[in-house]
Design a protein around this ligand. Structure first.
Ligand SMILES: Cc1cc2nc3c(=O)[nH]c(=O)nc-3n(C[C@H](O)[C@H](O)[C@H](O)COP(=O)(O)O)c2cc1C
Length: 437
């Protein structure tokens, strides 16, 4: 499902909100998107730009399920399958690639409606952009990078240390060719947010999820999704500028850092291209950050015990907290599952392990398990001074170094040496209210 097919699906399903009044990408549009968080919103008239703006296409698990043609509770297993068996995407000639329909002459990034989201942000940011680079040793890598627009041909990118893009840049003495894509199908955005092994191309995971034809760039030998709305071709330089302040996933200010400058040499786009704006810290950001990490936790936990499901919870900013559901088959399965969860997602901070009878999507049910099945002197695990997320304001941040934090696991499964019946909810027979009301 391309971005445009998603708009049609959302229109027919009654989810889409269409706004025809002129809206300004400077602060105003972000406040409208926030007020409609969870709904896809199409802005048909954007102040200062010819391009329309779509936001919210990734703000509900139902939209992903529709895009992948499955049920919401099957999403993790579809992602896990694609993660396990990537498929090389087919190459189409540029003549057949919608992303190549128009070449912007001259390059002018100020024509593209980067939003300024929060008062105090460093400037206009692209927040739903994926960057494709070639690592000299392991090949293509795809990941998200927030982009601060500096002027008509340059952006500054937040590139987290020691991940794919940073690793490729450190190996490249000159500028590193890059292709930045904006306005993508949901399945491509999901795959771009995954962290597979370095030699795995995220676009091959995307193609395992749904058809993802690619085409070659005009000015470098990178391959991009042919259905992208915009493609910005350029070079990541080793020059840096101050990037930030910026409100990120945790809805708190991220620190200002020196970050690489990207010079854009060529912009192509679809006729009547639609720009995808993602509001930092809101549902779209949270789901895109958290959901793709659930399969890697699921895979890691299944190496040590029987994992049934994983939820990276919105309350934990969809990045720092997870609930892991297991079928307990041994006294230490809860402890082993917690340890494995941190291997499956390096930025995880706190994890709760529960049994099959606990609804991992219901925070009250998870708390009930902690209240009735957990003893802190037996079932609490704490690890100090661990590598952690740069997004957690409470962690220790030293510029250029990996952030550090304590981590905690709660084994809220039924104790192995106690009768299960002591811990199970006693069901009440369901009343047929129609007999009484
Ligand atoms: C909406 C969104 C925004 C993100 N922003 C950034 C960012 O600005 N910088 C960054 O380095 N990673 C960012 N990420 C995380 C990376 O894209 C993600 O961790 C990716 O899996 C890294 O892939 P890699 O390990 O293959 O390089 C973002 C992810 C999402 C979903």
């Amino acid at each position: 499902m391309t971005l445009r097919e998603f708009i049609e699906f959302a229109r027919q399903a009654g989810y889409l909100v269409t706004i025809d009044k002129p809206v300004n990408p400077y602060l105003e549009m972000a406040s409208v998107i926030a007020a409609l968080d969870g709904r896809p919103v199409l802005f048909n008239r954007v102040v200062g730009s010819d391009f329309r703006v779509l936001s919210g296409q990734c703000s509900d698990r139902r939209y992903f399920a529709a895009a992948l043609g499955c049920q919401v509770n099957e999403l993790l297993f579809r992602l896990a399958d694609a993660y396990r068996s990537p498929q090389t995407p087919p190459v189409v000639p540029r003549e057949q690639a919608p992303c190549a329909e128009v070449t912007m002459q001259p390059v002018d990034l100020c024509r593209i409606p980067f939003l300024t989201h929060y008062q105090g942000d460093a400037g206009p940011y692209a927040t739903a952009a994926i960057a494709i680079v070639n690592d000299p040793d392991t090949g293509p890598n795809v990941s998200f990078h927030r982009l601060l627009r500096l002027d008509s041909t340059r952006v500054a990118a937040r590139i987290v240390e020691r991940r794919g893009t940073d690793t490729a840049l450190r190996k490249t003495p000159d500028d590193l060719p890059v292709a930045i894509c904006i306005g993508l199908p949901l399945h491509v955005l999901l795959a771009a947010s995954m962290s597979p092994a370095p030699e795995v191309d995220e676009l091959a995971i995307a193609h395992a999820l749904a058809p993802t034809p690619v085409t070659r760039c005009l000015t470098n030998d990178l391959y991009v999704p042919a259905e992208a709305e915009f493609v910005l071709e350029g070079r990541i330089t080793h020059r840096t500028v101050a990037e930030g302040p910026f409100v990120d996933l945790t809805e708190t200010w991220d620190i200002v850092r020196q970050q690489p400058v990207i010079e854009i040499d060529c912009v192509t786009h679809r006729r009547d291209a639609i720009y995808h704006a993602l509001l930092p810290g809101m549902l779209e950001h949270k789901l895109l950050m958290g959901m793709p990490k659930e399969p890697s936790i699921y895979a890691a936990v299944n190496e040590v015990c029987r994992c049934l499901n994983v939820n990276i919870t919105p309350g934990g900013t969809s990045w720092l907290h997870a609930v892991v559901q297991i079928e307990k088959r041994g006294p230490d399965d809860g402890r082993k599952a917690a340890e494995a969860a941190f291997r499956g997602h390096g930025s995880l901070k706190h994890v709760v392990v529960v049994d099959a009878d606990v609804d991992i999507y219901d925070p009250n049910d998870v708390e009930w398990a902690v209240a009735t099945r957990f003893q802190a002197d037996k079932d609490l695990m704490v690890w100090t001074d661990q590598p952690s997320s740069s997004l957690d304001p409470s962690a220790t941040h030293v510029p250029g170094q990996k952030s550090r934090s304590a981590k905690m696991g709660l084994d809220a499964t039924i104790p192995w040496d106690r009768p299960r019946s002591d811990f199970q909810r006693v069901p009440l027979p369901k009343a047929d209210l129609s007999r009484y009301l």
